[in-house]
Ligand binder design. Structure first.
Ligand code: PMP
Length: 364
């Protein structure tokens, strides 16, 4: 019954839920650690939690469909106009609305091999042709992606940093790339992990918007801001693009609790700083652990690392589950010998590394 593009879709594979594994192993959920979905290991910001609790009392009313307070807070934080912002039910929602607004069955959509799974998914769902460009050193080959643009290309997705590889391009590389893309092709710069970037050589997509009116920057509250369950993401673009996106998105796509929590967390700079610190330390802890075990890994700029454990990756994944540790197999991304592990708290990273060492030695 489904249309052609939809028939060919494979569903997005989320990380295994904690409750499910706890049930399988006969353990309490608190005994399981989940490092599978690039969530924030700190738990929620107290400010966000208080705002969310208060907002619950409004649950019988529709949310503010324009998200005025959140847009105002984003506008103040980033120095952009409120008319440049489109809010989404997670940034996945924004990515999907972008595809629906700007591509159709006659279009090509360019993305990289090993790039975030939602790009091919939203492309296929609208019946457009996805053009997957071979990666270079696990990251986007920006030159090859620019060369892949044809008269039919309407959209290009670039994840910076990328998930699941953690690779990142410098500001110079991204600017050079944007300069090569025709003005009538939209470039989506997905900065879901940008808050974790520590060097000054990386781009802030927002600074590029004036020079490149065909740019859409997407961001999320799911990672460094710790609100993954509430589903809040947004894009910042020219007002003309935002106007189109806002016509097509669902009128109440971000709920009242989510709007309140996201607005409040933007005022919790301490939380953001702690998120960054825990991540920087955790990335190092994991990388050091892999070095000790002699395992190759892809240096990451995100809040996760893809580690190469070889052909037995799926068996290692299952062995880790037996230890109560959930990570993410990424064979679906064409990386069957890697596992992706999200950065946890120090004790969680340690428990994962110990379980990994045991699983590897049991696998021989
Ligand atoms: N972009 C990238 C690169 C991601 O890794 C993710 C989350 N896995 C998203 C977008 C979507 O995040 P959300 O819908 O939670 O905002």
């Amino acid at each position: 019954l489904a249309v052609k593009g939809v028939q060919a879709l494979s569903p997005y594979q989320p990380g295994k839920p904690i409750e499910e594994l706890a049930r399988e192993l006969g353990l309490k959920p608190a005994e399981i650690i989940k490092l599978a979905s690039n969530e924030n290991p700190l738990g929620p910001s107290e400010k966000a939690l208080a705002a969310a609790r208060e907002a619950l009392s409004e649950m019988c009313l529709y949310p503010d469909g324009n998200g005025f307070d959140l847009k105002q807070a984003l506008s103040e934080r980033f120095g952009v106009g409120m008319d440049q912002i489109t809010l989404g039910n997670g940034s996945n929602d924004v990515l999907e609305v972008i595809a629906r607004c700007f591509a159709d069955r006659d279009s090509e959509v360019v993305f990289s091999q090993y790039a975030f799974a939602v790009y091919p998914l939203v492309t296929q769902a609208i019946g457009a042709k996805g053009v997957s460009v071979p990666a270079k050193d696990w990251g986007h080959d920006l030159d090859a992606m620019a060369d892949a643009v044809t008269e039919r290309t309407r959209l290009v997705f670039v994840a910076n940093p990328n998930n699941p590889t953690g690779t990142v391009h410098t500001a110079d590389a991204i600017e050079g790339f944007l300069a090569k893309i025709p003005e009538d092709v939209l470039v989506v710069l997905d900065e879901a992990y940008c808050e974790y970037l520590t060097g000054t050589e990386y781009p802030d997509g927002l600074e590029l918007l004036e020079r490149f009116p065909n740019l859409i920057v997407c961001r999320t509250f799911s990672k460094a801001w710790g609100l993954a369950a509430l589903r809040v993401g947004y894009s910042i673009s020219s007002p003309a693009i935002a106007d189109i996106l806002n016509r097509v998105r669902q009128p109440f796509n971000v709920d009242t609790v989510a709007l309140a929590a996201a607005t409040a967390v933007l005022g919790d700079e301490d939380y953001l700083n702690r998120s960054r610190e825990v991540n920087t330390e955790g990335l190092k802890q994991l990388a050091d652990g892999f070095d000790r075990m002699g395992l190759p890994y892809i240096p990451s700029a995100g809040n996760f690392i893809a580690v190469e454990v070889g052909k037995q990756a799926l068996a290692i994944y299952h062995a880790l589950l037996e230890h109560g540790v959930i990570v993410r197999p990424i064979a679906g991304y064409g990386m069957p010998e890697h596992l992706r592990v999200s950065v946890g708290l120090a004790k969680e990273n340690e428990r994962f590394l110990d379980a990994l060492a045991e699983a590897l030695s049991a696998a021989g």
